[in-house]
Design a protein around this ligand. Sequence first.
Ligand SMILES: Cc1cc2nc3c(=O)[nH]c(=O)nc-3n(C[C@H](O)[C@H](O)[C@H](O)COP(=O)(O)O)c2cc1C
Length: 165
Amino acid sequence: MNTYECIMSRHSTRSYKEDMPSDDLIDRVVDAGRFAPSGMNRQNWHFTVVKGRDKIKEISSYVLGNGADIAYNAPVFIMVSYKENTSYAIEDTSCALTNMMQAASSLGLSSVWINAINKSDKASFMQRFSVPEGFRVYGSLALGYEKERGKMRDVKPREETVSVY
Ligand SMILES: Cc1cc2nc3c(=O)[nH]c(=O)nc-3n(C[C@H](O)[C@H](O)[C@H](O)COP(=O)(O)O)c2cc1C
């Protein structure tokens, strides 16, 4: 699959198999984030990879305070945190996460962006998962193998969103 085909066919997945992707595949997805563009190439980001549903449920309980799973039972959860009060935190995080979603798709994995823990300031949660001091999570990714195929997005008609002069 070439890059264009990958962009057109990627979709969010909210139903995952229990199978854990290999470390090599997970590393490659994270590297796609590390190699994303960033404003002035500052790369003021940090990637926290959490493997295993038990640990992911721990994160869920910090955030949601109940038994729900913020990652739709995916076996891997990757948090992208960014140095607080620096430029481009949202933009750079978005570039990293987009690269990671596309890379996952090209490697036969599925993913979905998770917003639930953004900007959490729960110190206990941040320490437990070694989010660096002075960083905040700006976005996260659930990652794994798709169980039930996610619906392809509806895309607004071209004339509604594109102007050409
Ligand atoms: C900034 C952003 C935040 C998102 N947050 C969530 C989320 O918290 N939970 C979720 O299930 N999906 C989330 N999504 C996924 C979107 O709902 C999804 O990308 C959109 O519906 C289009 O579907 P597609 O990814 O299949 O193309 C988020 C996507 C983006 C870009």
